[in-house]
Design a protein around this ligand. Structure first.
Ligand code: ADP
Length: 291
């Protein structure tokens, strides 16, 4: 890899043409998927994401997802300055979110903003383009029916990938597919809602005003319960968030019983990204559905 000092300088030069100079930078997060960097010039602070994956449009899709989110709800969503490629490095430069302590109305604001996003509807589930959830491709080919979309465009591609990667056996693959008929008439009928698509607590930041900023979306039109279920996967949001959401945009009864079924998708995503630690959670739900 190129010396990071020079790479950052080149990215800033190609974006601002010599008008801004880096005066400080440091690594914020360095996962196996993306590198996140804080960058400061005399004028501004920036957040830079880079990766060396083989998905040349990944940051363009993320940038479009941020636009969808910003344009359809009143929550703060960081502005993208530029996406580009330098050598084998793809990058996304955006507004820096200065984190602070949360405002007392934080959860209510988050609930209202998310409900606004969910009130943006379309005829079909899906989106005009495919995008990514983290670094994995997400198939958004439209479907009229949520159950078909959930099975064919969400569960199947991820279970096929898990089988291909050797994370699950042939027997588990067969068993997993046996749950599909059980999903007929399982979900309440709702119009397709614009979703954040990757709504766990790490993708909601407390901004400098103490209010929520949404980051890292994997947008598409889907069942809104999908976002709410996802939010419960790793610890969940504050109870006041769910209460406020129910007041603004009530859910059908029985949501709590459906949560683990929606969450088969993010669990499969995690299985494919991080390995078999996530397998037991999937197997448990499959066994329960087949009982
Ligand atoms: P990844 O796709 O690798 O998960 P994220 O976009 O979630 O990357 O960013 C990684 C971390 O960097 C986040 O958990 C968050 O703490 C921080 N972060 C993300 N976007 C910003 C931003 N615009 N400003 C400040 N910090 C950010």
């Amino acid at each position: 890899m190129e010396n990071p000092d020079f790479l950052l300088e080149k990215i800033i030069f190609s974006t601002f043409g010599g008008e801004e100079k880096i005066i400080e930078y440091h690594l914020v997060a360095a996962g196996n998927l993306n590198q996140a960097i804080y960058l400061k010039t005399a004028q501004q602070e920036y957040f830079l994401k880079t990766n060396h994956q083989n998905n040349p449009d990944i940051y363009k899709r993320e940038s479009e997802g941020l636009d969808w989110t910003r344009n359809h709800c009143s929550l703060h969503v960081p502005k993208v300055i530029v996406t580009g490629t330098y050598g084998d490095t793809q990058y996304l430069l955006m507004e820096w979110i200065r984190a602070s302590r949360s405002h007392p109305d934080y959860s209510e604001k988050l609930a209202e903003g998310l409900a606004e996003l969910h009130m943006c509807t379309r005829k079909k589930f899906g989106l005009d383009v495919n995008n990514y959830i983290s670094v994995l491709p997400q198939n958004n080919e439209p479907e009229m029916d949520w159950t078909s979309f959930f099975i064919q465009k969400r569960l199947e591609p991820m279970i096929q990938r898990a089988f291909y990667e050797g994370y699950i056996s042939e027997k588990s693959l067969k068993e997993f597919r046996m749950i599909y008929p059980k999903l007929n008439d399982f979900f309440p009928h709702e119009k397709p809602s614009l979703l954040h698509g990757d709504l766990w607590s790490g993708n909601v930041m407390v901004n400098s005003l103490g209010f929520p900023s949404l980051i890292d979306p994997a947008v598409y039109f889907g069942h809104r319960e999908m976002d709410l279920a996802f939010s419960k996967l790793f610890g969940g949001f504050d109870p006041s968030f769910y209460k406020a959401y129910q007041e603004v945009f009530p859910l059908d009864p029985g949501f709590e019983q459906r949560v683990e079924v929606y969450n088969l998708y993010p669990l499969l995503v995690h299985l494919n990204l991080f390995g078999t630690t996530y397998l037991s959670g999937i197997t448990r739900v499959v066994k329960k559905l087949l009982r």
